[in-house]
Design a protein around this ligand. Structure first.
Ligand SMILES: [Zn+2]
Length: 133
């Protein structure tokens, strides 16, 4: 969040800031943490979350609590002598989580998104030894 300007704390863990995507003069970006730990980012001018993250040099993982604690989990795994390599299927689970978050936010999925979701479902099913028609 170091690159956000004009940050104003509004209480309840809610912050306003100048949007890094559009030419913003009065803070139209809100950042708050949801009860489940997800970070919710919204620009009242309508900039996409993806473009805001990109402008801040962040990835989607910055918004999700599981990913924020990933480094700590890897460090603990290393200390315990367990393999610290991330599960390749985790990427597929993230595809589904992000799609679900988009749908909840009322954001339509593109044909490309839907194709990627299908691939994620197939890979996860294959890992469980299932076949998908
Ligand atoms: Zn904006």
């Amino acid at each position: 969040m170091a690159t956000l300007e004009g940050v104003i704390e509004r209480g309840g863990g809610r912050y306003y800031a100048l949007c890094p995507v559009h030419a913003d003069r009065s803070p139209s970006l809100t950042v708050r943490t949801a009860e489940d730990g997800r970070v919710l980012v919204h620009c009242f001018a309508g900039c996409s979350v993806e473009s805001i993250l990109h402008a801040l040099g962040l990835g989607w993982e910055a918004l999700f609590p599981d990913e924020r604690t990933r480094d700590a989990r890897i460090a603990i795994a290393r200390r315990l002598g367990q393999p610290a390599e991330p599960d390749p299927l985790e990427v597929e689970r993230w595809v589904l989580r992000i799609a679900a978050a988009d749908l909840r936010a009322g954001k339509p999925l593109s044909a490309e998104d839907r194709a990627r979701i299908k691939v994620a479902r197939l890979r996860l099913a294959a890992a469980r030894g299932e076949t998908v028609a």
